[in-house]
Design a protein around this ligand. Structure first.
Ligand code: HEM
Ligand code: HEM
Length: 471
């Protein structure tokens, strides 16, 4: 059977640019981490924690993660649908516009233009660019799916479509604002409604950008890597629909103990706990897919990334619901526990799956064998140790901080001043910087390995040639 010539150039470009923005995110992450232990390294107005933190989060989520989403979705959709991407021109436009949007976002944030809504900091003209970018991407993926030659839609396509539609709805609703000048707007919602919409957006951004796409990648690349199909399609579909249904109600768990109505908080708490089921549906499906294949954890470096990745997803989706319980939230909210939760998710779950996906795609789109498997293994251990050091130090810091904030003298006064609690955090923040440096060195090993693969890797046959039977 003649296999279509896929557009591999676009996949290569998105991989390259996601790595560029990923490195920017990590370097800025290191800078803000050091600024917390050495506040004298803040240089107003531009080089301050306040300006650089949103650059770190935006480069991390919208540069690195969304870049990998673009690369993998382009790769996966063509192969699952057995057709070339619907429009090459649109894909090329998307690539350039993605970079222009990220640069504009970074510059405007550095200049201090910020809506102050977390993860939605970009002011309205940049918001419009983001919407245009996403529409371009959505049209191309959805049109490719409608033109597919394979009738059956594998689970990855479901997660991909959910991410595309979900992000669009969330972003548009939360972006509703009244512009008062070129770079200033005010939210269309007021007070507690604004907070509620913002966190409905915020947590579902976690669902639609940091959960559904890595799950699409996991479900595609795990069986491809092990050579064995996933354990159960039925479980994957049931987990998919229940995950999508349940996530939408959980946003208010970011607003426990605030003036938003009590019933909304309780609803969010209940749905957050229910979310364990569909999340673990995918985790268990992943583990069961390894039945008889566990030896591959030793032999196949890609499997290590994927299985550790889904394990961090499993831990993340147990810790998250715990944090959504009122009494637990009262203890850890506002403490360093929360950034530790986030970085187990972003550095552990999302980035591990992203690294595995890139390791899988690069040899196939370039027709080269991976340059060094020992370096890939070194990369694995460095990012694992780096991430664990980062998260564990801040979990301990968070519990200590909460304990000190809650400590009271017999007369009811606070035992510690806020400054005293801050000073105790310094050693943990240093350990965090150390963990970040280990993680970053792992990513540098990764980039070096990919560079050597592309430049000096042994030639292997590109997949289109293999598929045409010429191998
Ligand atoms: C069952 C799934 C999950 C639940 C119920 C959950 C719950 C929570 C809760 C309650 C918070 C707020 C903590 C606080 O400020 O007191 C939070 C924060 C956060 N979670 Fe999760 N989580 C889940 C999974 C994930 C996953 C998979 C990621 C992926 C990286 C993630 C990323 C985040 C982020 C980025 C924040 C920070 C939001 C902020 O800036 O305040 N979560 N989560
Ligand atoms: C070298 C690795 C990294 C370092 C050193 C680092 C450092 C930091 C620091 C210092 C903060 C501020 C914490 C605070 O406000 O108390 C932060 C926040 C954040 N980072 Fe990272 N980070 C790293 C990797 C990443 C990656 C890979 C991503 C995303 C893909 C990411 C996403 C975020 C997010 C979403 C927040 C906001 C957390 C919150 O609201 O509590 N980080 N990071």
């Amino acid at each position: 059977m003649e296999t279509p010539q896929y557009n591999t150039e676009i996949v290569k470009s998105f991989i390259t640019w996601s790595l560029v923005w990923g490195l920017v995110a990590l370097v800025v992450g290191m800078i803000i981490s050091i600024q917390m232990t050495n506040p004298e390294l803040n240089f107003p107005p531009y080089f301050t924690f306040g300006r650089l933190r949103p650059i770190h989060t935006n480069a991390g989520i919208y540069g690195w993660v969304v870049g990998v989403i673009f690369a993998t979705f382009m790769f996966i959709v063509q192969r699952l649908c057995k057709v070339r991407i619907w429009s090459d021109k649109l894909a090329t436009f998307q690539l350039y516009f993605y970079n222009v949007t990220i640069i504009t976002a970074a510059v405007t944030l550095l200049l201090g233009y910020n809506t102050t809504k977390e993860y939605h900091e970009l002011e309205w003209p940049v918001d419009i660019m983001v919407v245009l970018l996403w529409i371009t991407f959505a049209i191309n993926i959805i049109m490719t799916i409608t033109k597919r030659k394979d009738e059956q839609m594998y689970i990855s396509l479901w997660y991909m479509m959910a991410a595309i539609v979900g992000v669009a709805i969330l972003y548009l609703v939360n972006a509703a604002a009244v512009p008062v000048s070129l770079f200033k707007s005010y939210s269309a919602f007021a007070g507690t409604n604004d907070a509620n919409v913002e966190w409905w957006f915020g947590h579902n951004a976690v669902a639609m950008a940091l959960t559904a796409p890595p799950l699409a990648m996991f479900y595609y690349f795990l069986p491809k890597t092990t050579g064995v199909p996933i354990y159960s399609h039925k479980i994957s579909i049931i987990a998919f629909w229940s995950l999508i249904f349940m996530y939408l109600w959980t946003g208010a768990h970011h607003l426990l103990w605030t003036p938003i109505p009590d019933w909304i908080q309780t609803l969010a708490m209940g749905f957050s706990i229910m979310l364990i089921a569909p999340s673990w549906g995918s985790v268990i499906n992943g583990y069961l897919s390894m039945k008889g294949q566990w030896h591959q954890m030793r032999e196949n470096y890609l499997v290590k990334f994927l299985i550790l990745g889904i394990t961090f997803y499993g831990l993340q989706t147990l810790q998250g619901p715990m944090q959504a319980i009122r009494s637990f939230s009262a203890f850890i909210h506002y403490t360093d526990w929360v950034p530790a939760h986030i970085h187990m998710g972003t550095m552990g779950w999302v980035s591990m799956i992203a690294f595995a996906s890139i390791y899988y795609m690069v040899p196939r789109v370039y027709g080269k064998e991976i340059y060094s498997i020992p370096l890939a293994n070194l990369h694995f251990w460095l990012i694992l140790i780096g991430q664990l050091t980062w998260s564990i130090s801040l979990w301990i810091a968070g519990v200590m901080q909460a304990g000190m904030w809650n400590a009271m003298n017999p007369d009811g006064s606070l035992t510690y001043t806020f400054m005293e609690t801050m000073v105790e955090m310094y050693p943990y923040w240093w350990v965090r910087t150390f963990g970040g440096a280990i993680f970053l060195s792992g990513v540098l090993v990764f980039v070096y390995n990919l560079f050597k693969t592309v430049r000096h890797g042994k030639n292997s046959l590109p997949e289109t040639v293999i598929a045409k039977g010429r191998a």
